[in-house]
Design a protein around this ligand. Structure first.
Ligand code: NAP
Length: 204
């Protein structure tokens, strides 16, 4: 079995994440993709509560039979680390299951600073996604160095739909600009219904 773990804050989830997950699933012939909203990411605070981020992700993926959602990080009170998540999922799925951790390429560059990276690198492969316009040469040099130094298995993929970003969606909501078509309608409706991201809203 081959599974992809889609790790992110998803604050909010958007069509770039969904396109990436589907492209990676088909390209690597994965059996499923498990979306894992970060509970308490080690390096920052999220804008929407974890339950809101969970619900938006649930709504956004519900029409894809190959997508699943996990609360594995959300249900922890402490800071959550990828090594602990991957270890738990490997236990659930068995050692013969091939595991890929999918996230933004800039996060992948930080891998050596992640908790127990030396161990993590032997437990899963990594897929890092870049946005259009990101300098490829610099990134691929850095990734090649990581692969060489740590024997990590890292694939970088560019997804044009990732021109969409969660930061931009939050900014658009705050400034009363349209977010239509940037994320599934169900998640868009959820944002307005629960008045997310509108602190200090300004009308342009
Ligand atoms: P982030 O700071 O929210 O995002 C960093 C960049 O990566 C943003 O441009 C973001 O775009 C993009 N990104 C995030 N998740 C993505 C995904 N699944 N697919 C494509 N692009 C993505 O990063 P984060 O969400 O906190 O962290 C990403 C993952 O790495 C999480 O699962 C986190 O737990 C893990 N992580 C682990 C450790 C550790 O174990 N020590 C340390 C850092 C991160 P958008 O804002 O548009 O998503």
């Amino acid at each position: 079995m081959k599974i992809g773990l889609m790790g992110g804050t998803f604050d909010p989830i958007h069509n770039g994440h969904l396109v990436l997950a589907e492209q990676v699933r088909t390209r690597f012939q994965m059996d499923k993709i498990i979306f894992i909203p970060a509970g308490n990411p080690p390096h920052k605070d999220s804008m929407a509560s974890k339950e809101h981020r969970y619900k938006m992700t649930q709504l956004a993926i519900e029409d894809n039979e190959f997508f699943e959602l996990s609360r594995i990080e959300l249900d922890q009170d402490n800071k959550t680390y990828t090594i602990d998540t991957v270890l738990k999922l490997r236990e659930m799925y068995g050692d013969e299951t091939e595991v890929y951790f999918i996230t933004g390429a800039d996060m992948i560059l930080d891998l050596p600073t992640w908790k127990k990276f030396d161990e993590l690198v032997h437990l899963c492969k990594f897929i890092g996604s870049t946005r259009p316009g990101v300098e490829d040469k610099e990134l691929s040099d850095q990734i090649n160095a990581l692969v060489k130094d740590y024997k990590a298995d890292i694939t970088i993929t560019q997804v044009p739909a990732l021109a969409i970003s969660s930061t931009d969606i939050r900014r658009r909501v705050k400034y009363n600009l349209s977010i239509r078509y940037l994320l599934p309608k169900s998640a868009e409706d959820y944002i307005y219904e629960h008045k997310l991201y509108i602190d200090e809203r300004k009308v342009l």
